[in-house]
Each structure stands twice: as C-alpha cells, then as structure tokens.
Ligand binder design. Structure first.
Ligand SMILES: [Zn+2]
Ligand SMILES: [Zn+2]
Length: 220
C-alpha cells in the first residue's frame, strides 16, 4: 500500500476513534473523506480560509486533539505529503485551540458554569473561542505587557500560541454576558499572565507593566 493509501486509512481511523472513544461521529467529515479521498480532504481543510474549527473545538473539549486532522498531518511520515504552508496552518490551529484550553480562564469558566446545563457550557465555549480569535486578530500575538512573542522566540512549533486574559473578573460575569473581544480581552504571555493572577489577585495590565518597568529600572 502506498503512502497516500495508508494516509487515507489513517483519516478513516481518526473518524472511528473519535466516534468510539468520545462519541463524536463527524458525518460530514466521513462524507468528505469518502468523496475526495483522505489526502485531498486534508489538503482542503488546511487551506488558510477553511473554517474547520468546530471539529477541533469538539476534540479539544474532550482533550483529544490527537484525533484531529491537524495533529495527524504533523506526524511522521504523513507530514511528508504536505507543503510547509499546510503544515503551518495545522500547527497554528492546534496552538490556537490549545492555548485557549491552557489559559486559566477556561477552568474559571467551567467553574462559573458548574451546575448549568452542558449545552450552556458548550455554547459559551464556542463563543469564547471565536472571541479569542478576534482578540488576537485585533491585538496581535505579542504579549501586551512585555511584548513577548512565542512564534518569534520558539519558531514554528509555537507560532500562534498566546494566552488571552479577561479584563473583567469572572465573579462579575453572568452567564448571558457577551464578551467584547477587543474591549474585554488582551493577549498576554504565560509569564505575565501568571503575574497578573499571582497570589489569587487580579492585577491590571498597567500594574504588571509598572512592576516590570520598576524591576528593569532597578537593574540599571
Ligand atoms: Zn508578557
Ligand atoms: Zn487572566
């Protein structure tokens, strides 16, 4: 079996695994793979404009990003079937979703909605992922406190990764609250984000900036 045929098997394999293991039967995905073949389907999904984040979201909610097309194409030997641009799109999408999952706002959000129906949580999660994307589109991928940029520092593997800090305290937020991605969210690096929330406080962006400035000033 040649590599392309093997890849096709893998594409069908992730469909079955997602269905069996987390109950996510992605019918449209299966249709597309059957129609176009695994390789072409993956290439279509990896076009920069292609909107394929809903499947990724679902997998991320279950901590199973390993079952995504994006993760599959990045693995050897399948990565050899794709262009640099396609692999970059895959990496950026994974980083976008994983950085959202890793920032503490997620656990805060889950906590906030504890006892609420699952549906509310999923809707809220989807809105927030979109909000996050728009925040980054407007404010950029560099930390708004120290200017750190993951892609510049670590290269392609971290391209597109950044935490997003919510300016409003979660305790002030009600379930029906609609996030304004530009006014309410800021991109921050993991270090500055930690300092914002250190010892259970929520410092303002300006406070952490001035802490950093004073520290730098003392060193001279
Ligand atoms: Zn920073
Ligand atoms: Zn935060």
């Amino acid at each position: 079996m040649d590599l392309e045929a093997q890849f096709n098997q893998e594409m069908l394999g992730i469909y079955h695994n997602a269905g069996r293991q987390i109950g996510y039967w992605a019918k449209r995905y299966l249709q597309k793979v059957r129609q176009s073949g695994g390789l072409q389907a993956a290439k279509d999904w990896l076009k920069p404009k292609s909107q394929s984040t809903s499947g990724l979201q679902r997998l991320a909610e279950n901590n199973r990003l390993d079952l995504s097309v994006e993760a599959l194409v990045l693995r050897e030997p399948w990565s050899t079937l794709f262009t640099r641009e396609e692999l970059q799109v895959a990496q950026q999408r994974i980083n976008l979703v994983s950085s959202y999952r890793l920032s503490e706002e997620v656990s805060g959000e889950t906590h906030l909605l504890e006892g609420a129906t699952c549906q509310v949580m999923i809707n809220s999660y989807e809105r927030n992922l979109e909000a996050r994307r728009r925040c980054v589109e407007h404010h950029g991928l560099s930390c708004c406190i120290c200017n750190f940029n993951f892609g510049e520092k670590y290269g392609a593997v971290a391209e597109g990764y950044i935490h997003v800090h919510h300016l409003k305290a979660l305790s002030e937020i009600r379930q029906e609250y609609e996030v304004d991605p530009i006014a309410d969210l800021r991109p921050v690096c993991a270090n500055c984000h930690a300092v914002i929330h250190l010892s259970g406080k929520t410092r303002t962006i300006e406070e952490v900036k001035s802490i950093l400035q004073n520290k730098l000033g003392n060193q001279n």
